[in-house]
Design a protein around this ligand. Sequence first.
Ligand code: S6P
Ligand code: ZN
Length: 192
Amino acid sequence: MRTLPFTLKLPFGDRPLEWDNYIVRTLSSMQGQYFDQAAYSSLLAADDQLLYEVYEILVPKVEGELLHGVSIVHPGKVGNEYFMTKGHFHDVLETGEVYYCMRGTGMMVMETPEGDSQVLGMSAGEVLYVPPRWAHRSVNTNATEDLVMFFIYPGNAGHNYGTIEQKGFRKLVVEQDGQPTIIDNPRWQNAS
Ligand code: S6P
Ligand code: ZN
C-alpha cells in the first residue's frame, strides 16, 4: 500500500502507465441490466464482449485517503441501449465522487434513494461531480470512441452494487432517431 506522496503518469486520452488493480467487465457481468433482454441474450451468445475496463491506483481504503484511477467504457449498444457500467451506490452513502472526462462523450446516470434522478452529459475536458447519496453509472453515447474518465473518491466509500442490480436505474439512455435519448426505465417499477 502506498502511504507516501506519489505522482501518476496519465497520458491524455489513455490509460495510466502504472496501476495496481485492473478490472474488466464483459457482457456476461451485466445480466438483467439491459432493457432489451432478447438483444442481450443474442449478443452474449455470439460473444462475451468487453464493455469496460477500470485501472485503479490503490491507496488504503480508509477515511481520509482518496482512491483514483481511469475507467474506459467502449462504444457499442445492446439493442438500442448504449454500453454502460454496472453502476452503484457507495456503501458509505454520504460520499461524493469526481470524474474528469478525458476523452469521448457520454452521460452519467444518477439517482438518490429518495427518488431524485439526473442524467448529465459529459465530454472531453469536463469535470462531473457526483454528490453524496447519488448512485452513478457511466454511459458511452459515442458510436466509435471510447469514453475515458479519471475518477477520484473517498477511500472508505465502498460499493453497493446490489440495489442497482435488483432495481436498475430509474432512467435509461437509448438511441432514438440516431440520438442519445433519456427515457424512463419501464422495468424499474416492477422491481422489489
Ligand atoms: C468507483 C467509481 C468508478 C467505477 C467504474 C466502473 O466508485 O465510480 O471507478 O467503479 O466507473 O463502474 P462500476 O459501477 O462497475 O463500479
Ligand atoms: Zn463510485
